[in-house]
Design a protein around this ligand. Structure first.
Ligand code: 5AD
Ligand code: SF4
Length: 493
């Protein structure tokens, strides 16, 4: 799953910058609520992937049902919760720094402040955070959020830390309506499954988020239906590996492709994206849904991780370089205008110069629109930590990563330049970062477009623009007219 990039937004959903995020993007926070019926306000700071953003929305909903309000900042909070990421060491170090800061505040100024760790680090570090570091009052794993109100009350009453890091085989939080992060009411995340059974050699996620389980179809369709009724124009369907979504409904198996198809029937004006897909189970059935359903964006985040078959085998990715490249060819033959993004790891155990060169050549062969690029960081308990030596020197990892980033920046720029002169449909998200006189939004291929604000156009509108310029991160457009998704194919033809 992609890291939170810049909710310009989150990863992995994202208008992620084409650089190594390394888990160090700005944390996400929820908008404050007007009141707090039980007199207590909570501030939730979220690190990591889009799944964590979706989880923080669930946590806000669970606490809201118990009368908690949301605080505008840590300064007006009675409870501070950090939803954490354990995927790379740097991400964990940063959370530790934040916890130490909150702890100092509690000791010096606010003895009643409750501090909690949620999510992947909670699962991984449980007792260490409590016993050795004594930083926190509650520790809650990703499957135990329903227990959070009880744990906060228990910690308050006993003065002792309260913990629940039980991983479930069933919990999907299917019945809960999340409090939406995105206050602009245009795009939302919808979680469809939890956990991961893939056990890639480098990845801690199967240990922190537990076994794979899929949420029932009816609860997903009902949540998306409510978003449509509330005026949302885009959903990003989330899971660690959405392609392995599978449930039984009325005696028939429902695949991810079928689920996506059913979601696309809910509204002709709702754009649909998803993340993350494992290449091993990206099916032709799914590619045909992209081709046949105009609201399913022609954009796939399809992490390759590496360009060399031996490294892919050591990573336990279960496909070869050739199989991945065949998949890309097949995908582009079924969905001709397909845009792709990827995740890439530099400096995995035993990586040679020649193997690294294979990553660069694969990137050139595919021509990704975006990439999330990372230096390998050994994680405890993973297959790689147990079986291989983390033997690529840090300086070499950095050098290889910088070559990967430079190549991706050049490719992103070229992919953008190829769009100049084309007409694109943009879903307006709001004013551009630089100026209120300009609007910004995304194309179907997830490219950010900035254009001068026309009278009467605003967030949530679909507009047609002609692309007139670009950088490696942004396209610039000339406004042509307002449109709808249904009309758009005619307008941009
Ligand atoms: N070191 C570096 N990058 C990692 N990722 C996962 N585990 C590690 C690790 N130990 C990257 C992968 C994954 C993305 C979310 O994070 O590229 O797809
Ligand atoms: Fe980690 Fe691999 Fe699962 Fe993705 S598919 S969450 S990289 S184990």
């Amino acid at each position: 799953m992609q890291p939170i990039a810049d909710l310009d937004v989150l990863q992995p959903v994202s208008s992620a910058p084409d650089v190594a995020a390394d888990g160090l993007d700005a944390p996400q926070t929820l908008a404050a609520t007007a009141d707090a019926p039980n007199g207590r306000r909570v501030f939730i700071e979220t690190y990591g992937c889009q799944m964590n953003v979706a989880d923080s929305e669930l946590v806000a909903s669970i606490l809201g049902q118990e009368g908690y309000g949301l605080a505008a900042s840590e300064d007006d909070a009675d409870v501070v919760l950090i939803n954490t990421c354990a995927i790379r060491e740097k991400a964990e170090d940063r959370v530790r720094g934040r916890l130490a800061k909150f702890r100092a505040k509690k000791v010096k100024e606010r003895p009643d402040l409750q501090i909690g760790v949620l999510g992947c680090m909670a699962e991984r570090l449980r007792t260490k955070l409590l016993e050795q570091e004594k930083l926190v009052d509650v520790v809650v794993g990703p499957d135990a959020y329903r227990d959070l109100p009880r744990l906060l009350a228990e910690a308050d009453e006993t003065g002792q830390a309260a913990v629940n890091v039980h991983l479930s085989r069933e919990e999907t939080y299917a019945d809960l309506a999340p409090v939406r992060y995105d206050t602009n009411g245009v795009s939302a995340f919808v979680s469809i499954m939890r956990g991961c059974d893939n056990m890639c050699a480098f990845c801690v996620v199967p240990f922190t988020r537990g076994r794979e389980r899929s949420r029932p179809v009816t609860s997903i369709l009902s949540e998306v239906g409510q978003l449509v009724d509330a005026g949302y124009k885009e959903v990003t369907v989330l899971g660690q590996n959405v392609n392995s979504y599978r449930v039984e409904q009325d005696g028939t198996a429902v695949s991810f492709a079928e689920l996506l198809y059913r979601i696309s029937l809910l509204s002709p004006e709702l754009r649909i994206r998803y993340s993350t897909s494992h290449p091993k189970d990206c099916s032709d059935e799914l590619l045909h849904v992209h081709r046949e359903r105009p609201t399913v964006c022609d954009f796939i985040h399809l992490p390759v991780q590496h360009g060399n078959t031996d490294v892919l085998r050591r990573m336990r990715r279960t496909y070869t370089r050739e199989q991945y490249l065949d998949l890309i060819d097949r995908a582009r033959s079924i969905v001709p205008d397909l845009s792709l993004s990827t995740d890439i790891i530099a400096g995995f155990c035993g990586e040679t110069d020649a193997e690294h060169a294979d990553t660069l050549s694969l990137m050139e062969a595919v021509g990704y629109d975006h990439a999330f690029m990372f230096a390998y960081s050994e994680r405890p308990h993973t297959f790689a930590a147990r079986k291989f030596e983390d033997d690529v020197p840090e300086a070499v990892k950095k050098q290889r990563l910088s070559e990967i980033i430079a190549l991706q920046n050049a490719t992103s720029k070229a992919r953008h330049e190829a769009r100049i002169g084309r007409r694109e449909v943009v879903l307006v998200e709001g004013p551009s970062k630089r100026s209120d006189a300009q609007l910004a939004g995304r194309t179907d291929a997830n490219h950010m477009v900035v254009f001068d604000r026309p009278e009467g156009v605003g967030k949530g509108d679909y507009v047609a623009v002609e692309i007139i310029g670009c950088t490696s991160a942004t396209l610039f457009g000339d406004f042509l007219g307002r449109t709808t998704l249904a009309e758009a194919s005619a307008l941009v033809a």
